[in-house]
Design a protein around this ligand. Structure first.
Ligand code: NAD
Length: 500
């Protein structure tokens, strides 16, 4: 993607004059509870005011989606595909203005913003423009069925028709707000659902821009709605709403648990992408350069605020010290600083309280006996929520910093002796989202991968394949999206049976 021509530093720091509003049933509306400020994590300046929706606003958005959904489901696939492609094209065309906004509200660096925060949004809408045209129904071979008192039996044909789930509430986390939302909204729309978007409180502005784009390209009123708020009430109201059939949630496991409980009363369909504590198993025959490059991404990629980060280095003892030394050497080379400086690798974390939380985890590791190899003191800036790349070595799997998700630029290193122990340590986690195996023996890498209780394993790579199903084992989630699996996730299977 082309970078903005204007001065990034200025454009990302200016206070927007735009008045952001809710989109409900195709009309812009102020939040019934006023506004709240969105703060730039680097400058601590207000980026803009976001609408503070009420519970009634959330309910109105859900009702609008409920009313609009059947008509949208009946829109021909070609037209749905055209509209989704139009969103992708507009996001690309507006990338130069979306990028500074998203950098300002998330604290993403130039490279993370320009590589992931904006273009992935367009890619996802484009992928599901194709998805809208895909035939995802399933034909079943006719079966000879015995007669019963219910029916005379015979040769019975059957077909599985994938029906839209209905109204989907899409609740996103703060780290990749627009990208995450696109990964939900695009497949949901492609399969005939209407959506209510509920972005994270910290950075909802670009998602409101996405709603604007959906409206401007001609997606019918009520099919895409957006409500925002500074607390959990708006999301909670949507989870409870009888007008909502499905909750597609990406966020922390603890909030996922609350949604699970609250959604039970109305039997919500649930797609949960939750927390992670990725183990990176490094065997003594591994390409250590490749392993270290992957591990360093925990520091350099959005300051560790990514659920799939290889944040738990589980390293075979023969190469343990070498890995620790190489990581210690790499850390000072990662420039910490303002996201708008193109040389910056490690930008701020999202808020002051989150920085405090990350620092508390580091302190807990040290208190429990870990060695603080790099990191420690808070980087010295006048403003901004910075945490230096931090390495805790000599860790055990019992330590809080090893067991819990930190969501910051912190790597913990745990040694192991043999393969079984390495696998046991990796699996000894409440999470099971994304693990990594580095070994010179790819057959071993594959066999180890199959023994890991997690949704994805990168063998000698941190590269993704976006057509592969994405989701977690254990407390990292329920269900899968990505590629065709995203289409399946937003549908109900309906069996239609007839005599052949
Ligand atoms: P969070 O769980 O605090 O918030 C996520 C969203 O849930 C926000 O929009 C929030 O307003 C909303 N919410 C809060 N309480 C709610 C309630 N009671 N009912 C309905 N909605 C409610 O998460 P976060 O801090 O924004 O993001 C970080 C977390 O997200 C980490 O745990 C990270 O691992 C996870 N995450 C997971 C994935 C994945 O694909 N598995 C991807 C990105 C982030």
């Amino acid at each position: 993607m082309r970078l903005p021509e204007r001065n990034l530093l200025q454009s990302a720091d200016i206070v927007s004059e735009t008045s952001y509003q809710l989109l409900i049933d195709g009309a812009w509306a102020p939040g019934s509870n006023g506004t709240y400020p969105i703060v730039n994590p680097a400058t601590e300046q207000v980026v803009a005011e976001a609408p503070e929706a009420s519970v009634a606003d959330a309910q109105a958005a859900a009702a609008a989606a409920r009313a609009a959904q059947p008509k949208w489901a009946a829109v021909p696939a070609e037209e749905k595909a055209r509209l989704l492609q139009a969103v992708a094209d507009r996001v690309r065309a507006e990338a130069d203005t979306l990028l500074p906004l998203i950098m300002a509200e998330t604290g993403a660096t130039v490279s993370v913003g320009s590589a992931l925060q904006v273009p992935m949004v367009a890619n996802r809408f484009e992928r599901y423009a194709r998805g809208a045209r895909q035939d995802i129904d399933i034909s079943i071979a006719p079966q000879v069925m015995e007669g019963t008192p219910l029916a005379p039996g015979g040769l019975m044909g059957a077909m599985v028709v994938r029906q839209p789930a209905g109204v989907v509430t899409c609740i996103a986390p703060y780290n990749f707000p627009m990208t995450s939302m696109a990964g939900k909204v695009a497949p949901a729309l492609a399969t005939g659902n209407a959506v209510v978007m509920k972005p994270a409180p910290q950075d909802p502005l670009a998602v409101i821009e996405l709603a604007r784009i959906c409206r401007e390209v001609g997606i019918p009123d009520g099919v895409v709605n957006v409500v925002t708020g500074s607390g959990p009430e708006v999301g909670a109201a949507l989870v409870e709403s009888p007008d909502v059939d499905m909750v597609s949630f990406t966020g922390s496991t603890v909030v996922g648990q609350a949604i699970y409980r609250a959604g039970a009363a109305t039997m919500k369909r649930l797609l949960f992408e939750l927390g992670g504590k990725g183990a990176c198993l490094v065997f003594d025959d591994a390409d250590l350069d490749a392993a270290v490059t992957a591990l360093v991404s925990t520091w350099g990629f959005h300051s560790g605020q990514i659920c799939t980060a290889p944040t738990r280095a589980v390293v075979q003892r023969r190469v343990y010290q070498e890995i620790v030394d190489r990581l210690a050497k790499a850390a000072p080379q990662l420039k910490v600083g303002p996201p708008t400086d193109p040389a910056t690798i490690v930008g701020p974390v999202i808020t002051g309280p989150h920085r405090d939380r990350v620092e508390a985890y580091v302190k807990s590791g040290v208190d429990e006996g870990a060695e603080l190899v790099v990191g420690g003191p808070r980087p010295d800036f006048d403003t901004g929520y910075y945490v230096a790349p931090t390495l805790l070595a000599e860790c055990t799997n019992q330590m809080k910093a090893v067991r819990e998700e930190i969501f910051g630029p912190v790597i913990v290193v745990v040694p192991f002796d043999d393969e079984d122990e390495g696998i046991a340590i990796a699996n000894d986690s409440d999470y099971g989202l994304y693990d990594y195996v580095y070994s010179g023996d790819t057959a071993r890498g594959f066999n180890v991968a199959k023994q890991l209780r997690c949704g994805h394993v990168g063998v000698n790579t941190a590269q993704r394949n976006h057509e592969a199903p994405f989701g977690g084992f254990k407390q990292s989630g329920i269900g899968r999206d990505g590629g065709d699996f995203g289409l399946h996730a937003y549908t109900e299977m309906q069996s239609i049976i007839w005599p052949s």
